[in-house]
Design a binder for this molecule. Structure first.
Ligand SMILES: *[C@@H]1O[C@H](CO)[C@@H](O)[C@H](O)[C@H]1NC(C)=O
Ligand SMILES: *[C@@H]1O[C@H](CO)[C@@H](O)[C@H](O)[C@H]1NC(C)=O
Ligand SMILES: *[C@@H]1O[C@H](CO)[C@@H](O)[C@H](O)[C@H]1NC(C)=O
Ligand SMILES: *[C@@H]1O[C@H](CO)[C@@H](O)[C@H](O)[C@H]1NC(C)=O
Ligand SMILES: *[C@@H]1O[C@H](CO)[C@@H](O)[C@H](O)[C@H]1NC(C)=O
Ligand SMILES: *[C@@H]1O[C@H](CO)[C@@H](O)[C@H](O)[C@H]1NC(C)=O
Ligand SMILES: *[C@@H]1O[C@H](CO)[C@@H](O)[C@H](O)[C@H]1NC(C)=O
Ligand SMILES: *[C@@H]1O[C@H](CO)[C@@H](O)[C@H](O)[C@H]1NC(C)=O
Length: 591
């Protein structure tokens, strides 16, 4: 529905009318509900936690319950400006869409259309994963609801319809016996008729039927639905192009003004509608999911912790078992990725900077006093500071359980995790010109986009892009490729191989030097220094902008990654044995 500015009175009357004829809304309530429900099923744990944190109470923990909110408010005076954000008009009978030509409101204001809004709210939501400064700028609850709704809308073919008929709104037709307009048919009627005819009037049944196709009929397509060119977080333009194309091929066809639409139209168009709902759901999830984890991949942390736990002496083994929550079943590795999972939760946001250290570009050294701080300059907020912190906290364990200042379980999980991180060479990398959190931030938001754009961006900023790509490769790709190529994707086999190499293989002679540590408090400095050295020697080296990292790179780096995992495990065991062991060594040296 277009509402050109005509004064308050007109709006008041329009409001009343609109409440009577809900045909002007986006996909009807059911459509948006279905899209958001399907998306929720595809969210990662991280993304789901973030979504839940942002949801208003009225959602009762379920995004799908509030996905129609932008339709409910759009005609309130306060929200009137959002009205043009639900659709985009394209030139009559052209059957194509171009952002620069089409994305504006009726007053010609640029970016004020559904695709512009999707870009806008995606950008805002990304700030959720960044620092608190940008967080204050936007209402991220609203951003989430708008984004979820508009990704739905852009998939409704007639939300990318012709200007002349207002996306089918002015084309009066009959839906079976009922008088309505073509836009409303696509928003509501097809779905409503399908619910009644095929799904026992139960939206949950319809959703299940559509979802069944994710594994059957569309299984070959779903990854291409998610695919965004240049690895952007979201790409609404191709979705809009698909929509106008479907509008011409299916929605407008055989639906001229005055037509009665019946079974033929219904049965041939329903599959299109169902597929668009599915695509909306998959793509909303893909937009909300962070692409890949930061830090050692899950596998890296799990292996580090497995190795460590297998090397624990009885006191330490006992203490660890005591501290683990029941559901871990005594397995430390089951919770070693926990700090990665919670780092974006509001309660744990302070831990975010503890996952890495930025050292000066090209310096290839680490100095605690110079480098260990967060992006605001707060001291000790880096991996090494965190290891010291949680080591000190755990040392109180022996004083009995009376000390309630710290949660010992969390201290154990953090220590175990950060000992893994400090051994990941690229987590002790160069500071980029954007300061502190950039690595993390860019990893989440732009690594993939940067990767593909390396050839287009200025030479000065290239090294930064490089670091990021390389970080991702070191975090995940090398380990995953090794698992796939040599170990049949079986982590146990890889672990056995690593263990064999330090119990009596190539690393046997080195293990005692790995464990060397006079002072639990200062040893982590050594681990960070090793990491930045390796980062300089192996991580950044031989990588040119825009190049694909070849087998060469992989083959020469894999042994280093494996060795760092082994070292992390051996050293974590050493530290835990000292903390919980019965000698006074740990206590004497760590405070
Ligand atoms: C982007 O979002 C802000 C905050 O909701 C809003 O004021 C602005 O008009 C939006 N712009 C577009 C193009 O959606
Ligand atoms: C964010 O927006 C929601 C919905 O409009 C509102 O209920 C909430 O109070 C807003 N939060 C802040 C911090 O303004
Ligand atoms: C499932 O996919 C098939 C093949 O594309 C299609 O004909 C059918 O309508 C789909 N079913 C649902 C419920 O979407
Ligand atoms: C998916 O692709 C594979 C390999 O190309 C093919 O064998 C299979 O039949 C396809 N499945 C569907 C449902 O189209
Ligand atoms: C140490 O841990 C406490 C919470 O247990 C936290 O408040 C503090 O910021 C941590 N400091 C560092 C450097 O990790
Ligand atoms: C300690 O932290 C864990 C993990 O967050 C939590 O499950 C547990 O309830 C906490 N224990 C106490 C005593 O607060
Ligand atoms: C996008 O990211 C994927 C996964 O990391 C990668 O395989 C692909 O090569 C990237 N594509 C481009 C164009 O950068
Ligand atoms: C273990 O050592 C052998 C050489 O003796 C090497 O080929 C293999 O890659 C090593 N395995 C791991 C996981 O590091």
């Amino acid at each position: 529905m277009r509402m050109s500015g005509c004064g308050l009175l007109w709006i008041g009357r329009a409001l009343v009318l609109l409440q009577l004829f809900d045909g002007v809304l986006g996909w009807g309530k059911e459509g948006h509900y279905a899209i958001c429900k399907m998306a929720e099923g595809y969210l990662t744990e991280d993304a789901l936690a973030a979504v839940k944190e942002l949801l208003p109470d009225s959602a009762e923990g379920d995004l799908a319950n509030v996905c129609s909110w932008p339709d409910e408010i759009r005609h309130n005076f306060h929200w009137r400006w959002t009205s043009p954000l639900h659709y985009v008009d394209t030139p009559d009978f052209k059957c194509n869409y171009e952002y620069c030509r089409d994305c504006h409101d009726s007053g010609g204001h640029k970016d004020r259309c559904v695709t512009g809004a999707i870009n806008n709210y995606t950008m805002q939501l990304k700030s959720f994963y960044q620092d608190s400064v940008s967080e204050a700028k936007y209402n991220l609850t609203e951003a989430l609801l708008f984004l979820s709704h508009f990704i739905g809308d852009v998939h409704q073919p007639l939300h990318v319809g012709f200007t002349g008929d207002e996306g089918g709104n002015t084309i009066t037709v009959r839906w079976f016996r009922r008088k309505t307009n073509l836009h409303h048919v696509w928003d509501n009627m097809i779905i409503e008729s399908a619910l009644k005819t095929f799904y026992g009037s139960d939206i949950a049944v319809m959703i299940k039927a559509i979802q069944r196709n994710f594994t059957d009929g569309w299984s070959n397509d779903t990854s291409s639905w998610e695919y965004c060119k240049y690895n952007k977080t979201v790409c609404p333009d191709p979705y809009a192009s698909e929509s106008i194309s479907l509008a011409c091929k299916f929605a407008y066809r055989n639906a001229t003004p005055g037509t009665t639409l019946g079974d033929d139209y219904f049965l041939s168009r329903l599959p299109i509608v169902e597929k668009r709902l599915a695509q909306g759901g998959i793509r909303l999830a893909a937009t909300l999911n962070p692409p890949g984890t930061r830090a050692w991949s899950k596998e890296g942390h799990i292996m580090t912790c497995r190795i460590a736990q297998s090397l624990l002496e009885s006191e330490a083994a006992h203490a660890v078992e005591n501290l683990l929550p029941d559901y871990a079943n005594g397995d430390l590795s089951a919770l070693c990725v926990w700090p990665d999972q919670v780092r974006h939760w509001y309660r744990y946001r302070w831990t975010s900077s503890l996952h890495f250290i930025d050292t000066p570009d090209e310096a290839c050294t680490f100095e605690f006093s110079r480098d260990c701080h967060d992006s605001h300059g707060v001291k000790d907020m880096c991996i090494v500071g965190a290891i010291q912190n949680f080591t000190s906290q755990l040392l109180h364990y022996r004083e009995g359980t009376s000390d309630r200042r710290h949660n010992m379980t969390e201290a154990l999980l953090f220590l175990s995790h950060f000992l893994g991180d400090v051994h990941q060479p690229m987590h002790v990398g160069f500071t980029s010109d954007e300061g502190g959190n950039t690595i993390e931030l860019l990893l989440y938001c732009t690594i993939h986009r940067l990767a593909s754009k390396l050839n287009e961006i200025s030479p000065e900023s290239r090294p930064k892009g490089n670091n990021l790509i390389v970080t991702e490769v070191w975090d995940r790709e090398i380990i995953l490729t090794a698992l796939k190529d040599y170990y049949d994707k079986d982590m146990e086999l890889l672990l056995n191989d690593i263990a064999a190499n330090f119990t009596d293989g190539i690393w046997y002679d080195d293990v005692s030097s790995w464990k060397d540590c006079n002072n639990l408090h200062t040893c982590p400095n050594k681990y960070a220094t090793e990491s930045i050295n390796i980062a300089c020697k192996w991580g950044y080296k031989g990588v040119k902008a825009g190049e694909t990292l070849a087998d060469d790179y992989f083959n020469s780096r894999m042994p280093i990654v494996m060795k760092r995992i082994a070292q992390g495990g051996v050293r974590l065991a050493m530290i835990l044995n000292r903390i919980f062991g019965d000698s006074d060594e740990g206590l004497a040296t760590a405070t």
